[in-house]
Design a protein around this ligand. Structure first.
Ligand SMILES: [Ca+2]
Ligand SMILES: [Ca+2]
Length: 616
């Protein structure tokens, strides 16, 4: 029977494809396109081609002959012959290059459709394959808590471009196992990926010995909990960005636990980070802070280059909550930081300070070069909150004579010795996905209200009503990208219209929250009638974020009296930056009196039951 079926197939195929077989051999550069026309995440012989199925085909794990009639129609080189799908001229699978594209009627560019993955996509393990969402509206979403990256690459010369990749808990793209020559993004309009709202994993991770010469360009990497791009474990000669404007990655707005670009590990060398905006919005004019450093080179990474001497090589590394560039660790040598703007806007005309030093050379790092004597090699390092360049006592940096760098003045606010080590980062930092769509001005709530003026960027405020996150933040609808709340030491998050990746519960009056505003907004918020004359907060050790409920104009010492002896520091996040209060240290405190609903961060050193007044 098998033989009979095969004979039938061959006869039918010959009968229908003589024309194809007679094509000249010069046509042989196969350009097989597999079109995805479903948002499902299935692998079943039905009427639609899914992304999972297309990737299985590209890697040779799903054969053309197994496809249904309708699935067969989605393979450009294939045709149906009585009983089977076949590709008479071009082979498809592990040895050939396939391009996976998307049907615009299912994935219209103006109204992107989401493929929600139920498990990790098939690993691209045979090389040369492309997933191309350019000119279509494709969102690849992921259910939280799956640890693998959405796209896993272990072979050479694959490309992932033009996609929106959201909510990938284990990262958006992982390149590993000696994979070379892969590209994440692209230089032409629409080829960059937008990768956002991920979980704990690094968004793009390039790792391992032999994982070399990969390129990450043209992407917008924002609002993730992990770091933006990480190159580690011996990966070499990879490039993040490029010298042309289209190559620029914007790597900004990762949350309090995420930095911009990290290069780490012994043997990790020769990598180049250039032409990117790290910590600013895509225009390079406003901060869109990464919660940690902009660029971190550590743990023995050597001979990596940040920037370059031509203007196109310049990174703008500004607006990050911690250091702009942080180089540390024994064996971390030979790295070069050159030609960048660190702490300024993209035109170098105004400050977008990093929250700590512009460049910090930490413990053990030796012989790294900041700037240079040649044309264009100096960095513009200015406006940062702390020193322009800071070198730890046992570290050295080569700051070549003639360096044109400018160093900003240190702010000189020493931390008291009793302050425990975690530094407050009351700023997390997701960004808007694409352009936030303008919405009608929300109707102010009935009854008593209060009005908050918010500029773009992070704000820390306290809620005054009682309701769900969607209701709480309704006054800023369309003008914010994300909100966070610190609960028992971990962050709850809320992304508008993304219940799948939001986990914030209802808010009570005086609950503090962080909100990332994308457009100026006047937020009118209801005020619930005060109930009782006091409330009691149970605080464990560590950072707490709460709202003051007592009278306006209460000095910090009095406001935090309920925790006296059990806290080391308190901060308030204002438009002007962080105000600090250290108990018993008026010389280094600068926090003004608190008003009702002011949010504050407090570093609790022993569990305390804090009873706080409620002003009428
Ligand atoms: Ca199918
Ligand atoms: Ca292939």
């Amino acid at each position: 029977m098998k033989r009979l079926a095969l004979m039938l197939l061959l006869v039918a195929a010959l009968a229908t494809s003589v024309g194809l077989l007679l094509r000249p051999a010069t046509q042989a550069s196969p350009d097989v396109a597999i079109t995805v026309n479903s948002t499902a995440d299935t692998n079943t012989r039905d009427s639609v081609m899914t992304l999972r199925e297309a990737m299985l085909m590209a890697t040779g794990d799903l054969a053309v002959a197994d496809l249904s009639f309708e699935e067969c129609q989605q393979v450009s080189s294939a045709e149906w012959s009585l009983l089977y799908c076949w590709s008479p001229v071009f082979p498809i699978g592990s040895g050939t290059a396939e391009t996976i594209v998307f049907d615009t009627s299912v994935f219209p560019p103006v109204s992107p459709a989401t493929i929600t993955l139920g498990s990790a996509l098939p690993t691209l393990n045979t090389g040369g394959d492309t997933v191309d969402g350019t000119s279509t509206g494709v969102i690849v979403g992921y259910t939280p808590q799956i640890l693998s990256p959405c796209f896993d690459i272990t072979s050479d010369n694959n490309t992932i471009k033009g996609l929106e990749i959201n909510g990938c808990y284990g990262g958006a793209v992982g390149i590993r196992g000696g994979a070379e020559g892969n590209t994440v993004g692209g230089s032409s309009p629409g080829e960059g990926n937008v990768m956002s709202h991920g979980g704990e994993g690094d968004v793009v991770e390039i790792s391992g010995s032999g994982t070399d010469a990969n390129v990450v360009k043209g992407n917008y990497i924002h609002s993730n909990h992990g770091n933006g791009v990480v190159i580690g474990s011996g990966a070499r000669d990879n490039t993040v960005g490029g010298s042309n404007p289209g190559d620029r990655n914007v790597i900004s707005g990762q949350t309090i636990s995420g930095g911009g670009v990290a290069i780490a590990g012994s043997g990790t060398r020769g990598n180049v980070v250039k032409g990117n905006y790290i910590g600013t919005d895509p225009s390079g004019t406003s901060p869109l802070s990464n919660g940690q450093w902009g660029v971190f080179i550590t743990s023995g990474a050597q001979d990596n280059t940040i920037g370059g001497s031509s203007p196109g090589d310049r990174n703008v590394i500004s607006g990050n909550l911690q250091e702009g560039v942080f180089i540390s660790g024994s064996g971390t040598t030979g790295n070069v930081v050159r030609g960048n703007y660190i702490g300024t806007n993209a035109s170098g005309t105004a400050g977008l300070p990093n929250g700590a030093q512009g460049v910090a050379i930490g413990v053990g790092a030796q012989d790294n070069t900041i700037g240079g004597t040649g044309a264009g090699e100096g960095n513009l390092i200015a406006y940062n909150e702390d020193d322009g360049v800071w070198v730890y006592s046992d570290a050295t940096a080569t700051d070549a004579a003639g360096n044109t760098s400018e160093f900003s003045t240190p702010m000189a606010v020493p931390e008291p010795t009793l302050t425990p080590s975690p530094t407050p980062s009351p700023t997390a930092s997701p960004t808007a996905t694409g352009t936030p769509s303008p919405t009608a001005t929300p109707t102010p709530p009935a009854g008593p209200t209060r009005t908050l003026q918010w500029a773009p960027g992070w704000h820390n405020a306290a809620w005054s009503g009682a309701s769900t996150p969607a209701e709480v933040f309704a006054c800023a609808a369309g003008k914010y990208a994300a909100a966070y709340r610190l609960v028992n030491g971990s962050w709850e998050r809320y992304f508008p219209d993304r219940p799948d990746i939001s986990n914030m519960g209802p808010l009570a009056p005086y609950d503090a929250f962080l909100i990332l505003i994308t457009q100026p907004v006047t937020c009118t918020m209801p005020v619930a009638v005060a109930s009782g004359s006091s409330r009691t907060l149970q605080w464990g050790v560590g950072w707490q974020n709460a709202g003051w409920s007592g009278a306006d104009g209460t000095p910090p010492e009095q406001a935090f009296a309920c925790a006296a002896g059990n806290y080391a520091a308190a901060y308030r996040f204002t438009d002007a930056g962080l105000e600090r209060y250290f108990p018993g240290r008026p010389d280094i405190s600068n926090m003004g009196p608190l008003n009702k609903y002011d949010a504050f961060l407090i570093l609790v050193t022993a569990p305390v039951s804090c009873t706080m007044a409620i002003a009428p």
